[in-house]
Design a protein around this ligand. Structure first.
Ligand code: ADP
Length: 218
């Protein structure tokens, strides 16, 4: 059986999330109390329903408890977001993910046992700042508070350098874990592997090590 998602709140975040899940081949039930929001998405989603998600009877009758994951994508209405999260946890949904507007909102969701809390605006701000100061940074993942994996596009001036010549471990303390080349990915490259312009280097290290490598090398 396909993994099934319920997305509650079809505003900008919820509609973009549901569209992408559908594109990735998953089934999505979209729920919004606003008929216009549901109308705008109903052709694209597996099902789209007009309902108030703070009403536990409604969520029960929609069978939301049988979904693998429910995402609370309600924006400005913090009260509705919190009440919906409580209803979903009470129904026993396996995985509840919720968008938080502020640190405090995030703390409340955490106390309710929400499995994953997303701060889209805060996280996107941080991401864009990193990309602005380091234009070759394509993407990064914070593994924990201290460790990061970053994807960096290899600039012209590093073209033809081997891992040994770059020597990121000795100079910066971070390691190159993969090089993505047009012809395929080299996992755990050896000292002799060479990078070329537009290859993508994947590096891992502490936030400081990765940042230093981004700024000084790439
Ligand atoms: P975004 O910033 O992602 O656009 P919005 O706050 O604009 O977020 O949109 C959130 C969506 O959640 C809106 O379409 C709104 O109608 C919907 N929504 C808010 N409260 C409820 C609720 N209790 N039940 C169902 N949908 C809700």
């Amino acid at each position: 059986m396909k993994y099934q998602y319920a997305v509650i709140g079809l505003g900008r975040f919820g509609s973009s999330l549901s569209r992408e899940l559908i594109k990735l081949g998953y089934e999505v039930l979209g729920i919004d109390k606003d008929e216009a929001a549901v109308d705008a998405m109903e052709d694209e989603l597996t099902h789209a329903v007009v309902a108030d998600s703070t009403d536990d009877e409604v969520l029960k009758s929609l069978g939301v408890r049988n979904f693998d994951c429910a995402v609370v994508a309600i924006g400005d209405d913090i009260q509705a977001s919190i009440l919906t999260a409580i209803v979903l946890k009470d129904l026993g949904v396996k995985k509840v993910v919720a968008k938080a507007l502020s640190e405090l909102h995030g703390k409340v969701l955490n106390k309710l046992g929400v499995d994953r809390i997303i701060f889209p605006e805060r996280d996107m701000g941080i991401r864009v700042a990193h990309q602005l100061v380091s234009p070759n940074l394509l993407d990064y993942i914070e593994l924990s508070k201290d460790y990061t994996i970053a994807e960096l596009s290899v600039p012209k001036h590093l073209c033809g350098f081997s891992i040994q010549q770059l020597d990121p471990r000795a100079k910066y303390g971070c390691s190159v874990v993969a090089i993505n080349k047009k012809g395929g990915i080299i996992i755990a490259p050896s000292a002799a592997d060479v990078v070329n312009e537009n290859d993508v280097m994947v590096i891992i290290g502490t936030n400081e090590q990765v940042e230093k490598f981004e700024l000084e090398v790439v």
